[in-house]
Design a protein around this ligand. Structure first.
Ligand SMILES: [Zn+2]
Length: 318
């Protein structure tokens, strides 16, 4: 055991205080206009859609600050990054996006930033044989994977792996957060299965403005008919409206749904077209498809958004 005299101990303390003051002075000299990693002790993460941000916020917990570019009602297929967005992307330590060409107009900027820092697609780990193809372009996949909760769980696992690789020191935190979230998502998946099964089989037909619900249909046994293709970037025509109207009339389908991120004129045209053929179709409610609801509302989270959709569909079709 070290036993020093009082004076040498005092000298040692003095030395330590000086060293501390010196290092504080150095830190104080770091240019503050350069947003460095972990300015507030948290990683700054920018996500594209709210659903992706929700994953990162849940898995990252108190180790991350997450912001996202596309708010409520925003259509990711058409979204172009503004100057402010580019700045937010450049300032982030890490960027997460959905992928599978959902953010079709952001490919260039994400690729460019990806040369400087990690830019990760949460859908990267989903095996191709679990993906649906995009009928409009057979080489491409349907990007709307979040509507099958069991597939979105794979996106959670991907984000967990990416966070652990980026910040291995907090591996146990990310793993604990992810397993808690995955448990909630497993319950949500079961909820959707049980609820949708209460709709009689012949009435289990979901008619919406664009084909966002393909994975939803496959996972939960619902037939899906959309007016527009997989991406909203392609315009629908009068012929598409007429085809859908004919289907509604011949199959006696009574409800159609509007989507939060798509103008509702398209689906209203279908309702009017059916009325002209003496078939009454009602709007069964608004579904959240490519964007979540407002922050602070239940639909402002992924879980709340899926529950809202399931409950709205069940109520209208049952
Ligand atoms: Zn879409």
């Amino acid at each position: 055991m070290f036993v020093g005299s009082n004076s040498s101990r005092r000298f040692w303390y003095f030395g330590m205080v000086c060293l501390l003051a010196f290092s504080l002075a150095i830190t104080g000299c770091t240019p503050s206009d350069q947003p460095s990693a972990q300015t507030d002790g948290k990683w700054q993460i920018t996500a594209t859609t709210g659903m992706v941000a929700d994953i990162v916020a849940r898995v990252g917990g108190d180790k991350v600050n997450v912001t996202h570019l596309m708010g409520p009602g925003v259509d990711p297929h058409l979204y172009k990054a503004s100057q402010g967005d580019i700045k937010r992307i450049e300032q982030a330590d890490l960027i997460f996006y959905s992928g599978l060409h959902l953010e079709g107009k952001m490919v260039d900027i994400l690729e460019k930033i990806g040369k400087q820092k990690p830019v990760k697609a949460v859908t990267a780990g989903i095996p191709e044989n679990m993906l649906l193809s995009n009928p409009a372009s057979p080489q491409a996949f349907d990007p709307h994977v979040w509507f099958d909760v069991s597939l979105w769980m794979k996106a959670v696992e991907q984000a967990r792996a990416d966070l652990v690789a980026f910040d291995p020191a907090n591996q146990s935190v990310y793993e604990a957060n992810a397993s808690k979230y995955l448990k909630e998502l497993e319950e949500l998946h079961q909820y959707a299965i049980t609820q949708l099964a209460t709709i009689p089989q012949e009435q289990r037909v979901l008619v919406t403005a664009h084909d966002a619900f393909g994975y939803f249909g496959r996972a939960y046994g619902v037939e899906v008919l959309g007016l527009q293709g997989i991406s909203t970037a392609s315009e629908y025509g009068l012929k598409d409206v007429q085809t859908l109207v004919d289907t509604l009339v011949s199959r006696k389908i009574k409800a159609v749904f509007i989507e939060s991120s798509i103008p509702k004129q398209s689906i209203e045209a279908v309702v009017q077209g059916a009325a002209a053929k003496n078939h009454t179709v009602v709007i069964g409610g608004e579904l959240f498809s490519d964007a979540m609801g407002a922050p602070g509302t239940p639909e402002g989270t992924y879980i709340g958004m899926v529950r809202h959709n399931v409950d709205t569909i069940v109520k209208a079709l049952k």
